[in-house]
Unconditional design. Structure first.
Length: 329
């Protein structure tokens, strides 16, 4: 994402005019005004860098008629959620934008307006990237940079038998929101569709102080719990009766419980909490972040055994799960 220095604005090649028109206002100091092929970023003194990347493809990760104001924000927030799961703070981001013919100038302007709002909210700026054209769907890829105190990045490994399995926020809203937009569920409050389009990254939580390991829930609660179970060589048990559901999700009815368990797009945090921390956390009921109180709920536990996930329903009876969750391949 490089803009050369022209004699005047009309001398800019089409690609660079496009970049300056839409993305220059998002660029921070590291981007060098988007005039070079790379950014120059000085990490905060004494901190480690945390780097993650995610892609979103039209009609796979978002719908073609989703508002452009929310599409960019969802892309950024999904990456911010990866930082949140490690206890890192955001520093900046890079964007690859593969533009098909049906994406208009007005669409891109709204896309960038949404990104600007979230940059202001979460305290980071664009460092650079790349633009290209494609005959296929719109493809967006974002690389995020964050920082963390050395030794305090929370990883997927570290859980022990006897640890509680906890989640932030509510589960299932994003997956149900997609069903709303597909016309399968009614959503009188608009909450479910909003949660699908705009996840809430749980940045700023004191994870290093309370959790042995963590990850964000993007592919479905059951599947992501399975990831933690495998990484730690443990069996995991989920009590579906303890699943924190929003009023809008409860309104959808019990027939949608499987979707809540496996649908994905939650972008809440899944954590292994040691017994010594559980009593305090249960009594408090939330973790504090710079963005307010984040509710936390114990939904199960880890135990010795071959890596697996068992879901229990009413009266502790095993609850069959039709599918684990989303697969990227």
């Amino acid at each position: 994402m490089t803009v050369p220095r022209p004699a005047n604005q009309t001398d800019l090649p089409q690609e660079f005019a496009f970049i300056r028109r839409h993305f220059a206002a998002l660029a921070g100091p590291a981007a060098l005004e988007l005039r070079d092929d790379a950014a120059v970023f000085t990490p905060p003194p004494g901190l480690q860098l945390v780097i993650a990347t995610d892609a979103m493809v039209e009609n796979v990760h978002f719908l073609p008629d989703d508002p452009p104001l929310t599409v960019g924000r969802k892309l950024l927030r999904c990456n911010l959620s990866d930082l949140a799961a490690m206890g890192a703070r955001p520093e900046g981001w890079l964007l690859t934008f593969a533009r098909p013919p049906h994406i208009t100038e007005d669409w891109v302007a709204q896309f960038c307006t949404g990104l600007k709002a979230d940059q202001n909210l979460f305290g980071l700026s664009l460092m650079g990237g790349d633009t290209t054209s494609t005959s296929g769907p719109l493809v967006l890829s974002l690389t995020i940079l964050g920082s963390v105190t050395p030794g305090q990045a929370v990883q997927r490994r570290g859980a022990q038998a006897g640890d509680g399995l906890w989640v932030t926020g509510t589960i299932g809203d994003g997956a149900l929101g997609l069903r709303v937009l597909q016309g399968k569920i009614e959503d009188p409050s608009g909450h479910l569709a909003q949660r699908y389009r705009l996840p809430e990254p749980r940045l700023g939580l004191p994870l290093h102080d309370v959790a042995r390991c963590a990850m964000d829930i993007s592919d479905g609660l059951v599947q992501d719990t399975g990831h933690l179970a495998r990484e730690n060589g443990l069996a995991a048990v989920i009590d579906a009766t303890q699943l924190p559901l929003s009023p809008a999700a409860r309104h959808a009815g019990p027939d949608w419980l499987q979707t809540c368990l496996t649908g994905g797009d939650d972008y809440e945090l899944l954590m292994a909490i040691p017994p010594a921390q559980e009593e305090r956390l249960a009594r408090q009921g939330y973790l504090q972040s710079p963005y307010g109180h984040v509710p936390v709920t114990r939904i199960g536990y880890f135990q010795d055994g071959a890596p697996s996930v068992q879901v229990l329903g009413d009266n502790g009876h095993p609850l069959p799960v039709e599918t684990g969750g989303w697969s990227h391949l």
